[in-house]
Design a protein around this ligand. Structure first.
Ligand SMILES: [Zn+2]
Ligand SMILES: [Zn+2]
Ligand SMILES: [Zn+2]
Ligand SMILES: [Zn+2]
Length: 356
């Protein structure tokens, strides 16, 4: 017979799920990859798989009442952090809620439409990888117009300055210009477009930044740039560009920003929920997507987490910590000890801020 105090021992130290049997908690820990990098409630310290579930916990239809009460007076609905007083919250919110990139900035770009190309090379100091964000606009090809063909591409740096922006000359005939969502008409492609081959070369040069592709390594400082975007797989496919996956930060596939472990959030939603503004309706310029993804990336990179020496479950030093311990040894550990040896199954972007 379990005593109430014993049932308490079978509570996961991260997500607070309770288990009748200790072996079920051990099994749960093996599969859940809890870590210090998960979005966490700063009041009760519950770990959540995503910011969506943390939001539910704080302000969902069935929130945890104690946390909800405090969050209501001094919690930021955008970044979900909690402040000491309503006053510090207000000061914070002025910086936390962003505005969409200003209109005149975008209009100025329209004036020198076509190719904008402003690549600054850095002086080769060892420092963290710089990031660039990329977004495309696709028109339709194929007999029914459903084949995605890149017609426009934009890249920006961390300061939201455009590094490269151009119309792309399609290699296949366009059967649907999707004018409503792309703003790309035949006249633009005729008068301003760059051949795909040239676009690929340009983008590859920006990404590699003078480093040969085969030399790019994860983690260590280097000149190659981290590529940020939303749904980059599709974009890179239509551009026919390859880039090492460990250099890619995709806001569509980053577990803390996903709706569920399988479902992606739209960029429109993420911008509204986590940056606090709307991507202009009918926005046809990929620049705004670049800015939104770059801002999301910077916010995620700026998270302050305690960083373990080997933060990933897949790091060879960890060899999946739960496998090396015998079942009976794990069953004797406290829930906190189990959490201590548990590591993340995804790469937290806060690790990018680490100087190597
Ligand atoms: Zn748990
Ligand atoms: Zn982290
Ligand atoms: Zn809480
Ligand atoms: Zn905030």
């Amino acid at each position: 017979m379990d005593h109430p105090s014993e049932t308490l021992r079978h509570k996961c130290a991260a997500c607070f799920r309770q288990f009748n049997k200790i072996e079920h908690l051990v099994e749960h820990m093996r599969l859940s990859f809890h870590s210090l990098h998960e979005p966490t409630c700063s009041l009760c310290h519950k770990h959540c798989r995503s910011f969506e579930s943390l939001r539910e916990h704080l302000i969902g239809p069935l929130p945890k009442q104690e946390c909800n009460n405090i969050f209501g007076t001094r919690g930021c609905k955008i970044c979900l952090a909690i402040f000491e007083s309503p006053h510090t919250l207000r000061l914070h919110q002025e910086r936390c809620q962003l505005r969409s990139p200003n209109f005149s900035q975008i209009m100025a770009r329209f004036r020198n439409m076509g190719i904008c190309d402003k690549l600054t090379s850095d002086n080769g100091r060892m420092r963290r990888h710089e990031a660039v964000a990329l977004a495309c606009r696709m028109v339709g090809g194929g007999s029914d117009g459903s084949l995605d063909i890149c017609a426009r591409v934009c890249l920006i740096d961390e300061k939201e300055t455009i590094i490269f922006s151009t119309y792309v000359n399609p290699t296949l005939p366009i059967t649907n210009y999707r004018l409503e969502s792309t703003g790309v008409g035949p006249e633009y492609l005729r008068d301003h477009a760059m051949p795909l081959k040239q676009v690929q070369k340009k983008i590859q040069d920006i990404l590699c930044n003078g480093e040969p592709m085969w030399k790019i390594r994860p983690g260590v400082g280097g000149k190659a740039r981290i590529l940020v975007g939303h749904g980059l797989g599709d974009h890179l496919k239509t551009l026919q560009i390859e880039y090492p996956p460990f250099m890619i930060r995709d806001t569509a596939n980053y577990p803390p920003l996903m709706k569920t472990s399988k479902l992606t959030n739209s960029l429109h939603y993420l911008t509204q929920a986590y940056l606090g503004y709307d991507i202009q309706n009918g926005n046809k310029d990929p620049y705004e997507d670049c800015v939104a993804t770059m801002r999301l990336y910077m916010r995620m990179r700026a998270q302050v987490h305690k960083i373990e020496e080997y933060p990933l479950a897949s790091d060879p030093q960890n060899k999946n910590n739960f496998a090396i311990w015998k079942q009976f040894e794990l069953e004797r550990m406290s829930p906190e000890q189990m959490l201590e040896i548990s590591r993340s199954d995804y790469y937290c972007w806060c690790l990018d801020s680490k100087l190597n």
